[in-house]
Design a protein around this ligand. Structure first.
Ligand SMILES: [Zn+2]
Length: 44
């Protein structure tokens, strides 16, 4: 999931799964579809 976050009056888009941050929402969403960090089923 991509979350929007504000830092120094700049909006960033963060991949919740792995913590990577992007300055463009499209980049974040594209990363999200490739991200392996989502749904870590081994963590209870
Ligand atoms: Zn990610």
């Amino acid at each position: 999931m991509v979350v929007q976050t504000q830092r120094d009056e700049v909006t960033w888009y963060k991949c919740e799964a792995c913590g990577l941050m992007f300055d463009a929402k499209d980049d974040a969403r594209q990363h999200e579809s490739d991200c392996d960090g989502e749904d870590p089923s081994y963590i209870q």
